[in-house]
Design a protein around this ligand. Structure first.
Ligand SMILES: *Cc1c(COP(=O)(O)O)cnc(C)c1O
Length: 363
C-alpha cells in the first residue's frame, strides 16, 4: 500500500471528457462535437506558425508583449491589463490558484462549463452549483448562494452548452449584487459569435472584481495550439502573473495568435457565416419539432422529447458519419449540442435529422 496520497479533493475530480473525434469504421467524420471553426484558422496565422519553425532553439519572451499589444490594439484595451495563457483554461486555472483554496466556495451554474468544478476542486475549494432558469443563468440564484466563503463566481456568457446569453443589465445586476471580495469570472469564449458583445470588457473597466477571459480556440480556429487571454484590473493581472510560468507560451503560439487577432477580415467572415448557418440550423430543427433556444455561440442545443430520443438521434447522426456532443453530464440528457458547421456541414445535419424524424413518424 502506498503512503503517497494526493491532497484533499484531488480524487473527487472527474476527468474532463472532450468531444469525440473518431467513429469506428470511418475514415472521414464530420466533427461537430467541440465547437471548432469549420473554416480552420486564418492563412496568416498558419504562415506565422510555419515561420516560427526557424527559431525553435530560441526561448520565447516571457512577457508576451507583442501579442498583448496586438490584442490591445484590436480590442481597444490596455495591454498592461492583459495576461495570456495556454488556452483560456490556463487563465481560469491561474484565477482559482490565486484566489481560492481549501475551505472556500466557488459558484458555478447548473449547466455551466464542466471545467469550472474541476478547477475549484483542483485547489481544494468546494464547487457550489446553483440552478438555472430554463437553461439561462439565474442571477438571483447565484446571489442567493453567496456566503462569506465564496471567492469566485464562474459564468460563461454566451454559455456552453446552452448557447444562451445574459443581457448587459443582468450581468450588471450580478456584479452589483456581489460582495467586493468575490471575483466574477466572465468567460467570453464565444463573444465573437454574439453580435455587438464586448465579452465583459466594459464590466472589467467599471469593477475591480471582474475578470474577462477570451480564447483563440473558437472563432480564431486555433484550438489545437492552446492560446487564451484574460483582461482585468492591474492588481489582479499582477497577482496572476506571479503564478504564471515565465515560458508558458511558445514563440509559435504567440506568432500564430498575433497574426490571427490582426486578421479581422477572416474573423468577421467566420462570424457572418456562423450567424447565417446558426439561423438556418435552428429554424430547420424547430420545423422538425426539435426544441432549440436562440443561440449566441457557434453551436446550438437541440432538445428532443426525452433522453432515449436524444440517444437515438445521436446514433442516427453517427450512422451518417456526424459526431455531435451528448450533454447528459451537463444535466441535459434529452439534448445534443451541435456545432454550427459550414454550408455543407449544416446541410448534412439537417438531412440526417430530417430522415431520423421521418423514420420515427413512420415507425
Ligand atoms: C471552449 C471554451 C473555452 C476555451 O477553452 P480554451 O482553453 O481556450 O481552449 C473556455 N470556456 C468555455 C465555456 C468554452 O466552451
Amino acid at each position: 500500500m502506498t503512503q503517497i496520497t494526493p491532497k484533499r479533493g484531488i480524487m473527487d475530480i472527474a476527468l474532463y471528457v472532450s468531444g469525440e473525434s473518431r467513429l469506428a469504421g470511418r475514415d472521414t467524420v464530420l466533427k461537430l462535437s467541440s465547437n471548432e471553426n469549420p473554416l480552420g484558422c486564418s492563412d496568416a496565422a498558419r504562415a506565422a506558425y510555419a515561420a516560427a519553425a526557424d527559431d525553435l532553439h530560441r526561448y520565447p519572451n516571457t512577457d508576451h508583449a507583442p501579442l498583448r499589444r496586438a490584442i490591445g490594439e484590436v480590442h481597444g484595451l490596455d495591454p498592461d491589463r492583459i495576461i495570456c495563457g495556454v488556452g483560456s483554461d490556463e487563465v481560469l486555472q491561474f484565477v482559482v490558484h490565486a484566489f481560492a483554496g481549501a475551505g472556500d466556495e466557488v459558484i458555478t451554474t447548473e449547466h455551466g462549463f464542466s471545467m469550472y468544478p474541476i478547477l475549484a476542486r483542483m485547489v481544494g475549494a468546494a464547487p457550489v452549483t446553483v440552478p438555472e432558469a430554463e437553461r439561462r443563468i439565474d442571477i438571483d440564484a447565484i446571489l442567493a448562494a453567496v456566503t462569506d466563503r465564496t471567492r469566485v463566481v464562474f459564468i460563461a456568457n454566451p454559455a456552453n452548452p446552452t448557447g444562451t446569453m445574459l443581457t448587459q443589465d443582468e450581468v450588471q445586476r450580478l456584479v452589483d449584487g456581489l460582495p467586493q471580495s468575490v471575483l466574477l469570472v466572465h468567460d467570453g469564449a464565444y463573444t465573437e459569435f454574439a453580435a455587438g458583445a464586448d465579452g465583459g470588457a466594459g464590466l472589467v473597466d467599471r469593477h475591480s472584481n471582474v475578470i474577462m477571459t477570451r480564447t483563440f480556440s473558437k472563432i480564431h480556429g486555433l484550438g489545437g495550439l492552446r492560446i487564451g487571454w484574460g483582461y482585468a484590473s492591474r492588481q489582479i493581472i499582477d497577482v496572476l502573473n506571479r503564478i504564471r510560468q515565465p515560458f508558458n507560451l511558445s514563440n509559435a503560439q504567440m506568432a500564430a495568435a498575433e497574426a490571427a487577432i490582426r486578421d479581422t477580415a477572416f474573423r468577421d467572415h467566420c462570424a457572418d457565416l456562423n450567424a447565417r448557418m446558426r439561423e438556418r440550423l435552428r429554424n430547420s430543427l424547430i420545423q422538425m419539432g426539435i426544441g432549440c433556444d436562440e443561440s449566441f455561440a457557434n453551436f446550438v442545443l437541440a432538445r428532443f422529447a426525452d433522453a432515449p430520443e436524444a440517444e437515438a438521434a445521436d446514433a442516427a447522426l453517427r450512422a451518417d458519419g456526424i459526431l455531435v456532443r451528448r450533454v447528459s453530464s451537463y444535466g441535459l440528457p434529452a439534448a445534443l449540442r451541435i456545432t454550427v458547421g459550414d454550408e455543407e456541414g449544416v446541410t448534412r445535419v439537417i438531412d440526417s435529422l430530417g430522415r431520423f424524424k421521418a423514420d420515427r413518424r413512420g415507425a
